[in-house]
Design a protein. Structure first.
Length: 420
């Protein structure tokens, strides 16, 4: 059997697992095959033929629509359920009209409640900050709630009038500036959703022996959604991870009851004993502080919209979204879809300019998730060599002096060449 199983919280991975993949729209076709070549080469290098991935294409996006008349066929969802783990290229979503995001649809259908984005710098990659080597973070973005739940009402529609009348007449809302011309969106943030996201982030930090988890929120304004997210996160840390964590809330309590000196001593004691420090920061402050003091942050736990902004800013700090990987994971069922985090870039599709780095590194995340860490290390090591030699695709070539320009497939081949 080539199917991965998830039993008692653990993945059972055969030596030749079947992995469904979505090619993707736009440059998806350009980066899919080269990325698979790199992953296959790393597995072969690490395990000498004893392990191998069996790739199985499933359809979504434009390719699916042309062949089946639907953008996300039921067969694709069933394949991800059957084989548990998959990977995908970028999918196009119209702005302002038409279908909702296929990425969001996949996340919600499979309840992939964590969007996990590691952010690290590879030596030689151009960066807008002075010390990119200090950036080493892991984003845990809640994936199923917040405004991405898709509960929206368009101005002028009949159901919008009903919603508006309910707010004005039943709920006594008096803060809608222009009620007759307003569209509305609903922002659900649940205790259950907040807890499972924060639990995954803290557990990751504990297992990896990382120094901190920062809850990033806008609770100073949205007190009952984002503020609640922060408070539920602190509650979870203090109740479920009391042995492994020390929270800023506990620090503040000690400071009030016993004074600053005792609070500082408690914090230092917690750090020396290896406890994970749980802290929080307002989103706009984090966007500034992560640029000025990236070394203060390790694991980030945040809501859906904040996580979208944060992911792209941190990616820019280490070379851009073209080499930033991502994964959508349900840590309860084992379901996981790894993905290129960038867009479809139709203007360069078929030109050989696309950077396959994001999809390759997402494949590396997949290898790590499977437990095939030796293969993952081969790719990391090879990328370090390739970037150090300044042999890159078009996006990075434009930022590097003295760099050698490679096509999409040549870049993949260069990585394989440097697997030692």
């Amino acid at each position: 059997m080539n199917k991965i199983k998830y039993i008692n919280g653990k993945l059972i991975v055969p030596n030749q697992p079947t992995i469904p993949f979505i090619e993707g729209d736009g440059i998806g076709k350009d980066i899919s095959v080269p990325s698979q070549k790199v992953i296959d080469a790393a597995v072969e290098k690490a395990y000498g033929g004893s392990k191998k991935i069996i790739w199985k294409e499933v359809l979504a996006g434009e390719k699916a629509f042309l062949k089946t008349g639907t953008y996300l066929p039921d067969e694709t969802i069933e394949a991800f359920k059957e084989y548990l783990i998959g990977i995908k290229g970028p999918l196009q979503t119209p702005v302002g009209e038409g279908i909702r995001s296929l990425n969001v649809a996949l996340r919600q259908t499979l309840d992939l409640f964590v969007c996990q984005r590691p952010v690290r710098w590879f030596k030689g990659v151009p960066s807008p900050i002075r010390y990119p080597s200090l950036v080493d973070m892991h984003i845990f973005r809640e994936n199923t709630e917040d405004i991405y739940a898709g509960i929206e009402y368009m101005a002028g529609a009949e159901n919008t009038k009903k919603f508006k009348d309910f707010l004005l007449n039943e709920m006594g809302v008096d803060k809608i500036r222009f009620p007759e011309s307003s569209s509305f969106g609903v922002k659900p943030v649940s205790k259950d959703g907040s807890e499972r996201l924060t639990r995954a982030a803290i557990k990751f930090a504990v297992e990896k022996q990382l120094p901190s988890v920062t809850i990033v929120h806008k609770g100073n304004i949205m007190k009952f959604t984002e503020g609640a997210f922060k408070n539920w996160g602190y509650d979870l840390a203090e109740n479920e991870f009391a042995i492994d964590t020390f929270t800023w809330r506990q620090y503040e309590k000690i400071k009030v009851e016993k004074g600053q000196l005792d609070a500082d001593k408690a914090l230092e004691k917690a750090k020396k004993s290896g406890k994970v420090i749980i802290k929080d920061v307002i989103t706009d402050a984090f966007l500034q502080e992560s640029l000025l003091r990236p070394y203060d942050y390790s694991v980030i736990a945040t809501l859906n919209l904040n996580g979208d902004y944060i992911s792209d800013q941190l990616a820019a700090m280490v070379g851009g979204i073209g080499i930033s990987p991502g994964a959508n994971i349900n840590y309860s069922t084992g379901y996981a879809i790894f993905e290129a985090t960038h867009g479809t870039a139709p203007n360069i599709a078929g030109t050989g300019k696309a950077n396959p780095g994001s999809l390759i590194l997402s494949g590396v995340m997949m290898l790590e998730y499977l437990g095939w860490t030796k293969a993952a290390e081969h790719v990391y090591d090879a990328l370090e060599h390739v970037f150090a030699k300044r042999r890159v695709t078009s996006d990075l070539h434009a930022q590097m002096e003295g760099a050698t320009l490679l096509t999409t497939s040549e870049f993949a081949d260069e990585i394989i060449k440097h697997m030692h």
